[in-house]
Design a binder for this molecule. Structure first.
Ligand SMILES: Cc1ncc(COP(=O)(O)O)c(C=O)c1O
Length: 378
């Protein structure tokens, strides 16, 4: 059911991921999968284009909320009301909008490492960023609630959560999220939760929708990551409070208008019609996760991989190989990975590796990285 793309097909399909590397280099950086999207999504988009449905998106949500509520109920046993969903064009657009229109003034807490545009979004909003930084030697990647509370006590009033977490691969537990929610309540903090990786929780872990523990939060999500369709620009805010929804609905056009009618078509098909494909995807990603573990054991035994509970983005600590920028070293040996310092400025010896590709390419990536980091053994 998962349709792998050849190099040539992937180069045509993903001009960013594959176009940014020279032929022969394996791209394992940006978060796109080397697979075609689910057939129902493809068919819905082709049918929409054939009927000329290339106009502006309709008023309302075009059925997105109902489709999402069904997915949430089937997969997470959580039932948001369908009218809690408001379309927007992208997850980062939604995060920016939330910071501008729905969050109190004051500093914003961001756990580090983080998806780099989080830091940019806080800067664009003109807010001070308060980092809560994970010690790379910590045994487990848990939320440092004492540091979070200190930031709230010092005046921060917004928390930017990535649930599940890119790049750490954590699916935060219900208890951790409930503890964060209780702190947020105590200090009157608003949590903005980016849940784009929510459907990508792998066997052994559980996804807790943050709104299930904190009804006042702003959730921003999209089918774009799990169904590999960022081109269609369809994302959504999930707001349980009708007053929040009224604020967003009342925003002027330049602040919130540019979601795509094709994004709605694709999002409805993805949330509603693709459970079999989604199950096959999770199986494939779990197999790739196991393979990555074996390959690291064989080629890079001193690498430390954070347990990958969710996402297809592995966070690798390669400090044992004493190369400050392993991504740069890898690129010289034919693999492009994302440098760890992009996620946590100043952090040496880490990379983020995208494993959503074929088993062969994954082996090439790890082997080439090993050649780069252990030249004497190559
Ligand atoms: C955590 C996270 N948020 C947002 C995005 C991007 O979403 P969008 O393209 O809808 O802004 C990504 C892409 O990888 C991501 O990992």
């Amino acid at each position: 059911m998962i349709r792998d793309l050849t190099d040539e097909q992937a180069r045509a399909a993903f001009p960013l991921k594959w176009g940014a590397v020279a032929p022969g280099v394996v791209p394992g950086w940006v978060a796109e999968m080397d697979y075609r999207t689910a057939e129902p999504v493809e068919e819905a988009l082709v049918a929409a284009v054939r009927r000329g449905a290339l106009g502006y998106a309709p008023f309302g949500d075009g059925g997105l909320g109902e489709a999402f509520a069904g997915f949430a109920e089937r997969h997470w046993s959580w039932s948001p009301p369908a009218d809690a969903v408001l379309p927007t064009s992208g997850v980062m657009t939604g995060v920016r909008l939330a910071l501008d229109a729905l969050c109190p003034p004051g500093p914003v807490v961001v756990p580090l490492p983080c998806y780099p545009p989080f830091r940019d979004a806080v800067a664009i909003a003109g807010r001070e960023l308060v980092p809560v930084t994970l010690d790379p030697d910590a045994a487990e990647a848990v939320l440092d609630l004492a540091a979070v509370e200190a930031a709230f006590a010092a005046g921060a009033r917004t928390f930017l959560l990535c649930n599940p977490h890119n790049p750490l691969g954590r699916a935060w537990s219900h208890d951790e999220l409930a503890a964060l929610a209780s702190l947020a309540r105590r200090y009157d903090v608003r949590v903005v939760a980016d849940e784009i990786h929510g459907p990508l929780v792998l066997p052994g872990a559980v996804f807790t929708p943050y709104l299930a523990v904190d009804e006042t939060a702003v959730v921003v999500t999209s089918a774009s990551k799990s169904f590999n369709i960022p081109a269609v620009h369809g994302a959504q805010l999930v707001l349980l409070d009708p007053a929040d929804r009224a604020v967003v609905a009342g925003l002027p056009i330049p602040a919130q208008h540019d979601w795509s009618s094709l994004g709605i078509v694709a999002g409805v098909a993805a949330w509603r019609d693709c459970d079999d494909w989604h199950a096959a995807l999770v199986d494939r990603l779990a197999a790739q996760r196991s393979l990555l573990g074996e390959l690291l054991g064989r080629y890079l035994p001193a690498a430390r991989m954070r347990p990958l509970e969710a996402t297809y983005l592995a966070w690798l600590d390669l400090r044992a190989y004493t190369v400050d920028d392993p991504a740069a070293a890898g690129l010289e040996h034919g693999v492009r990975l994302a440098p760890g310092a992009d996620y946590q400025p100043g952090l040496p010896g880490h990379v983020r590796l995208n494993l959503a590709t074929s088993p062969n390419r994954l082996e090439d990536m790890v082997h080439r990285l090993a050649t780069a980091l252990t030249p004497a053994d190559s």
